[in-house]
Design a protein around this ligand. Structure first.
Ligand SMILES: Cc1cc2nc3c(=O)[nH]c(=O)nc-3n(C[C@H](O)[C@H](O)[C@H](O)COP(=O)(O)OP(=O)(O)OC[C@H]3O[C@@H](n4cnc5c(N)ncnc54)[C@H](O)[C@@H]3O)c2cc1C
Length: 403
């Protein structure tokens, strides 16, 4: 099993929790991941992952497994939902891949999660524990421990709160901070390839931007299915996840969109909906031997398609700092936080702006969007995105050394 450097308890077994477990185990830590659900798993939907996420997966030892499950789209396309014409596209083919050192891809969430789970299961230092709802933490004289609803205690040298947007660890660490309503609801469905209208079976992550709404579709699972997400402005007043949604509501909210796109929304028989929220950035993710990671630290709207990518990047930085500071958790956590805050919150704040002013633009704002985005060259798009896709926040030298 190799020398054990210490023991770390991770609260939450989503993409953040299992990627953190892999990063820490590779650095010699024994890791216990506590998940509230009866099984480790992800919802049936797609996710987009940028080159930065593949860099992170490479560092975490699962890059090839992840690349094997992904679909490689040629373009990211934005269509105008009112006219049905292209606003702009970004080529993410060979030149893009060369520039950023890894591809842009789409993948089923369960496949991405399973890649990490399989790695965790085959690593002697990782233990995955289900049916454990974390209710709080305590800093102790030699580390930290979490308490669970079943009355059990899991103790380690440190605790990582990777328990998502409604994190119990964050609630205690911040003494409670507000969940912000975005005013948007996202409806999700997965269509079989046969259900996807032939004229929309594009090898692209396609976004139809309409006033007060937008929809996204892309192929998944070796082109066996298509992921569909339709988001619109709502007045629902409480954040919610994975609730049943109604066909009537979605068809009404996209009534002004061109028939070519709208007809896609008539296909799914059932929908699940997420009433979206995020939280304001905070300057502290650490309390003694406890640190936050992933959505627990920086929940975000999905408009940059980067929430899970950021969680994987956090895992890289956390593992790197704990390795570098070798047992000095205070120094490691301080550097981890300092290295992650600006990058992760740039995504959070940019996502808020993009959702409102780009994807849902209306009137003159829509005309400005179309003119500005339509005039950009491929080189300019790449330059705009270089801060995000070009790395993981870790220096190129450190990334390379770890590979
Ligand atoms: C519509 C939509 C589309 C998105 N698209 C993309 C995309 O294209 N690309 C991208 O990178 N990101 C995307 N995201 C964001 C991404 O899904 C999240 O950022 C990511 O899943 C966060 O992972 P996490 O592990 O930090 O949190 P979560 O996925 O929320 O995982 C938290 C885990 O902790 C468990 N848990 C919670 N509370 C407790 C507790 N008290 N005790 C024990 N366990 C607990 C939960 O059951 C869960 O398993 C999207 C999000 C939405 C809503």
């Amino acid at each position: 099993m190799g020398a054990v450097r210490g023991r770390i308890v991770v609260a939450g077994g989503g993409i953040g929790g299992v990627s953190a477990a892999m990063g820490l185990a590779h650095k010699g830590y024994e890791v216990v991941v506590l998940e509230q659900a009866p099984q480790f798993g992800e919802i049936g939907a797609g996710i987009q992952i940028g080159p930065n996420a593949f860099h992170a997966m490479d560092y975490l030892g699962v890059g090839d497994a992840g690349r094997a499950k992904a679909v490689y789209v040629d373009k990211l396309i934005m269509m105008d939902g009112l006219t049905g014409t292209e606003v702009a596209h970004i080529d993410v083919g060979e030149a893009f891949r060369q520039r950023f050192g890894n591809p842009y891809a789409v993948i089923h969430r369960a496949d991405l999660h399973e890649v990490f789970l399989a790695a965790c299961r085959s690593h002697a230092k990782v233990r995955l524990v289900n049916n454990q709802t974390v209710i709080g933490y305590v800093n102790t004289s030699r580390g930290a421990k979490v308490l669970t609803a079943s009355g059990e205690t899991f103790e380690g040298d440190a605790v990582i709160g990777a328990d998502g947007i409604r994190s119990r660890i964050r609630a205690q660490l911040t003494s409670g901070d507000e969940l912000k309503l975005s005013g948007h609801v996202a409806y999700r469905a997965v269509l079989s390839i046969e259900q996807m209208p032939e004229d929309l079976r594009w090898n692209a992550a396609t976004l139809w931007a309409g006033p007060k709404c937008h929809m996204v579709h892309y192929p998944l699972q070796g082109w066996k299915s298509f992921n569909l997400v339709a988001t619109f402005v709502t007045d629902i007043s409480s954040v919610g996840a994975n609730e049943p949604g109604t066909r009537e509501e979605i068809l009404e909210r996209f009534g002004h969109i061109v028939p070519r796109a709208r007809k896609l929304l008539e296909v799914p028989k059932t929908w699940r909906r997420w009433v979206l929220g995020d939280r304001d950035p905070i300057e502290n993710w650490v309390d003694g031997r406890v640190a936050l990671l992933g959505d627990a630290a920086h929940p975000t709207h999905q408009y940059m398609a980067q929430g899970a990518c950021m969680a994987m990047e956090d895992s890289v930085m956390l593992a790197h700092q704990l390795d570098k500071h070798d047992g000095d958790f205070a120094a490691a956590f301080a550097e981890y936080q300092a290295a992650r805050i600006v990058r992760a919150y740039r995504v959070v704040l940019s996502s808020r702006l993009i959702g409102k002013h780009i994807y849902h633009a209306e009137g003159a704002e829509r005309l400005v969007r179309n003119a500005v985005m339509g005039a950009k060259t491929q080189a300019e798009f790449c330059e705009d995105l270089a801060w995000l896709y070009g790395g993981t926040g870790l220096s190129a030298g450190d990334l390379k050394a770890a590979a």
